[in-house]
Design a binder for this molecule. Structure first.
Ligand code: MTE
Ligand code: MO
Length: 434
């Protein structure tokens, strides 16, 4: 965690729980920059002999390692890994690899750390043999190989894909004590590149009476998901590339459906068929699963867009503040309905809020990185972030979410997350009580 030097902790508790507003952030940041520069200049001067810290910092002049045909992360970063969780029920290979959000910076997920959620493992698909068939209510059913699709005009978007079941531990009675990645890591943001679906629908001569498109994958889960045709025509595409290289096998190689902003399960991987129809398929994953059981006892179906959400990734569970000081609070925000307009940060459990600085580059449906400077005075604090999107939706408190959705929900948990910092600097997950 980045630490910045500060003189002395004030004896009075600072307003806003020590959160510095954006102007103060800039002013103080520059001041700290100067302090750092002065310190290192002094160090250089007083340690002119070769045994000093300056000499120790210079790299040894040895010949380097050979070139590699496919680069790997530094051996010193080998601990930055996804966490694998098998579901234990359902098909073999039903489970997920959670992305280590607390170890990431910026707004893109490297391909090797993109979360994976699969219902029946990763199928071995030979791209030469794989076909996408578009059929049903069309004038002319067509089949597309990956090679054929690669010749179409493409588009790229930076999109957060989030599993509908992400953050579902938030529904538990007691706050789970796990890292951000293991609680909220079923979301990632990548630049997806591929062929707009509208182009393929036109080529097949979509029947104007078709209202739904049912997507099926080639894996053993035989996942079937129905998406309204207006959405499909509007902004869905068949992705062939992920962050500039062909899709990873776990993420749908050689082709997947991308449904911007909507729940992850609709983004069918290893896409094999698109059937145009005048009704949804009513398949298992849109009836028995991926529906919301409401307090009334009724279940809500076809809950598509992911809600507005944010989470502080630093400081967060498992990290420790080393003492009273100024820290950068940072985290991620996204919404399935529109761009993140603002993120507020609180250090006193939501009594007072300060606007965080937002960082791009940003696709409206991609990740937004937020940052705020915080002076921790060494006393217990409750850190929270709260995002608002351009449609006016604001991330709810946990109480408000439970109030409206009851206790039998599983999907679409997007409440404010609280990290409690105790006087030792230990960070725990909390439901807001001091
Ligand atoms: N064919 C197929 N597509 C699938 C799935 C699957 O099991 N099989 N899992 C879905 C679910 S539940 C999610 S959240 C996303 C996850 O995408 P990712 O693994 O690329 O992160 O893929 C969806 N597409
Ligand atoms: Mo999912």
């Amino acid at each position: 965690m980045r630490r910045m030097a500060i003189e002395h902790p004030p004896t009075q508790r600072a307003p806003h729980g020590g959160l510095l507003d954006r102007r103060a952030f800039l002013g103080r940041g520059l001041q700290f920059g100067t302090v750092f520069a002065a310190t290192s200049a002094a160090a250089t001067e007083s340690t002119a002999d070769a045994s000093g810290p300056t000499a120790a910092r210079s790299p040894p002049r040895l010949f380097g390692q050979p070139f590699t045909a496919y680069g790997q992360p530094s051996a010193h970063e080998r601990q930055v890994l996804r966490s694998i969780g098998l579901n234990g029920r359902g098909d073999p290979g039903n489970g997920a690899a959670w992305s280590p959000l607390e170890q990431l910076e910026g707004t893109l997920t490297p391909n090797g750390l993109h979360f994976v959620r699969s219902h029946a493992g990763t199928p071995a698909i030979d791209p030469a043999a794989h076909r996408l068939v578009v059929h049903g209510m069309v004038r002319q059913p067509l089949s597309f190989s990956a090679e054929a699709l690669l010749r179409y005009p493409m588009q790229s978007r930076q999109l957060a894909i989030e599993c509908g079941g992400n953050s579902s531990a938030g529904w538990f009675e007691e706050p789970v004590q796990r890292t951000v990645g293991l609680t909220h890591g079923l979301v990632s943001c990548a630049e997806w590149t591929g062929v707009p679906l509208a182009m393929l629908l036109d080529e097949c001569g979509a029947d104007p009476r078709a209202t739904w498109v049912v997507a099926t994958g080639a894996d053993a889960s035989a996942l079937q998901m129905s998406v309204p045709i207006d959405k499909m025509r509007g902004d869905c595409f068949i992705a062939l590339y992920q962050n500039g290289e062909r899709l990873r096998p776990e993420n749908g190689y050689p082709m997947r459906l991308v449904v911007p902003g909507w729940k992850g399960v609709l983004n069918v991987k290893w896409l094999a068929a698109l059937q145009l129809a005048d009704q949804p398929a009513m398949a298992r994953n849109e009836t028995a699963r991926y529906t919301e059981l409401l307090p009334s006892g009724q279940a809500q179906q076809f809950t598509f867009a992911m809600g507005v959400k944010s989470v502080i990734t630093t400081p967060s569970h498992g990290q420790r503040l080393s003492g009273p000081d100024v820290y950068e609070i940072k985290g991620l925000a996204w919404s399935g309905s529109g761009a993140v307009r603002s993120v507020d940060v609180s250090a006193d459990g939501g009594s007072t809020w300060v606007q965080a600085a937002l960082q791009g580059p940003r696709d409206p449906l991609g990740w937004t990185r937020f940052r705020a400077a915080w002076h921790w005075d060494g006393r217990p604090a409750l850190l929270q972030s709260r995002a608002t999107d351009t449609t006016g939706q604001m991330q709810p408190s946990r109480d408000a979410l439970v109030q409206s959705r009851g206790r039998r929900s599983f999907y679409h948990y997007n409440a404010i997350v609280t990290w409690a910092v105790d006087e030792r600097g230990i960070v725990l997950h909390s439901y807001g009580e001091v």
